[in-house]
Design a binder for this molecule. Structure first.
Ligand code: SAH
Ligand code: SF4
Ligand code: F3S
Length: 438
């Protein structure tokens, strides 16, 4: 029996892909291990979205090679986005035996069988139709409460800064029935929450001879499985998030009141240059619509500081948009030029690093303040939390998320993982609601 160890980097799509890889390799007789030291095969499922993501993985490749030196017959493989972006450049290092892109995972058993020290294996062909729809992922979450379900792959947007369309290929939507089947299956096995994943879920569209299913329809079908199954999704694109989707959310209490809506910049000039296909005004209008229909809806975002030619004025527009919206939480990044993207080919990366850092720090400081304000507004509210596990700080407490995606900590009081618990918010930090049992 061969043992396989996988490290996962990057977004939730990669977490979901790792589960697909485990499933494909389990069929082939591999056994999963969480201990690299005893693995026959070491894989890293990688991310290329920013340079620092790749740098981290180069460091890991060195570590994996220590294992090779120590134990001889270990296979080291790089899969996922960095495999797709760098292709045979990874083999040129002589430190990697296998390179597989995101659409090649069905070939992994054959590739692993064929690897020898003199014949490394590579497959980085992208596909127009691969969705791994028929593969039942081996769940790698630790709590058995919340499962990721991939509903589409690839991306057809060409945001000028972004490498994802090149590493993941064209957008394709997975068979709606296979998604609903998978959600039913995890619910039967005791899971209480599913998160539907795609780079741009609002453009999900699946057609058969008899039906056409868009994202709002799909969400409705998954939510109809049971009122006790919570449904989340990510990521929404501001240009595509529809009134129909917002109304579908509002009509089903078990569709969680949270939208991750990456804004990237508050300056319409920057948004145009980023090719996001919406303006500041459009974004603010979408937020107003969401809040008019669901006043309690959590909103989170992604922001990029220091994109090509960004001026102080553009930067101030990002700050003012964040001030106006008041996100609960944000992922905030400095712009990192990615080779081959439209921005890398057409615009100089001309904001000096120290200016990027200063702007990012201003964005982070503002978000910390706005996040805390948003958490404070929940003090005194009664919320329903799905228990995920013991609190990290105090093992006598439990933690779990409210519908709005905020993390809550509260006394265990005999409740268990997977229970729905009503709590009362007593106080907060900028990332946790501290609650009593209601
Ligand atoms: N599909 C999602 C995002 C995928 S990448 C969307 O459209 O919003 C996740 C986040 O990484 C992006 O939202 C963006 O904020 C950030 N990102 C992508 N490329 C980047 C780059 N070159 N430099 C810095 N941040 C980047
Ligand atoms: Fe990248 Fe834009 Fe696609 Fe998101 S929508 S993955 S940012 S190209
Ligand atoms: Fe990274 Fe690929 Fe996801 S580049 S963010 S792992 S789609």
């Amino acid at each position: 029996m061969k043992r396989i160890y996988i490290e996962t980097y990057g977004c939730q799509m990669n977490v979901s892909d790792t589960e697909v890889i485990f499933s494909i390799l389990a069929e082939d007789g591999f056994q999963r291990t969480e201990n690299m030291e005893e693995a026959d095969v070491i894989l890293a499922n990688t991310c290329s979205v920013r340079d620092n993501a790749e740098q981290r993985i180069w460091g890991r490749i060195e570590q994996f090679n220590q294992q090779k030196k120590k134990r001889g017959d270990v296979i080291v493989g790089i899969v996922g986005c960095m495999a797709e972006r760098l292709k045979d450049k990874l083999l040129d290092t002589k430190k990697v035996d296998l390179v597989a892109g995101p659409d090649s995972y069905r070939h992994l058993p054959g590739m692993l069988a064929a690897v020898t020290p003199d014949s490394p294996q590579i497959d980085v062909l992208l596909s127009r139709d691969e969705t791994y729809a028929d593969i039942t992922p081996v769940r790698t979450d630790r709590n058995g409460v919340s499962a990721f379900i991939s509903i589409m792959r690839g991306c057809n947007n060409v945001c000028s800064y972004c490498v994802v369309p090149y590493t993941r290929g064209a957008e394709r939507s997975r068979d709606a029935h296979s998604i609903v089947r998978e959600a039913c299956d995890v619910f039967r096995r005791g899971y209480k929450e599913v998160t539907l994943l795609g780079q741009n879920v609002d453009s999900y569209l699946w057609k058969s001879d008899t039906e056409t299913v868009d994202f709002a329809d799909l969400l409705d079908r998954v939510a109809a499985i049971s009122p006790l199954l919570r449904v989340r999704f990510a990521t929404s694109h501001p240009k595509d998030i529809s009134d129909k989707l917002i109304e579908t959310m509002a009509s089903r209490p078990n569709i969680c009141r949270h939208i991750h809506l990456p804004v990237q910049s508050g300056s319409s000039r920057m948004l145009e240059k980023m090719r996001r296909k919406y303006s500041r005004e459009w974004y603010l209008e979408r937020v107003a619509k969401i809040r008019s229909v669901m006043p309690d809806c959590g909103l989170t975002t992604d922001v990029i500081a220091g994109f090509c030619s960004e001026t102080e004025e553009d930067h101030r527009e990002t700050l003012s948009l964040m001030e106006e919206v008041g996100f609960d939480w944000a992922f905030m990044f400095q712009y990192s030029e990615r080779p081959g993207t439209l921005a890398a080919r057409n615009y100089p990366d001309d904001v000096p690093p120290e200016v990027k850092t200063r702007r990012l720090n201003e964005i982070i400081a503002l978000q910390n303040r706005k996040g805390l304000e948003s958490y404070r507004r929940d003090i005194g509210k009664r919320l329903t939390v799905l228990v995920e596990g013991p609190s990290r700080r105090n093992p006598d407490d439990l933690c779990g998320r409210a519908s709005n995606n905020k993390m809550c900590v509260f006394p265990a009081g005999g409740h268990r993982v997977g229970d729905y618990v009503d709590v009362l918010v007593e106080s907060c930090t900028s990332a946790t609601l501290i609650c009593s049992l209601a």
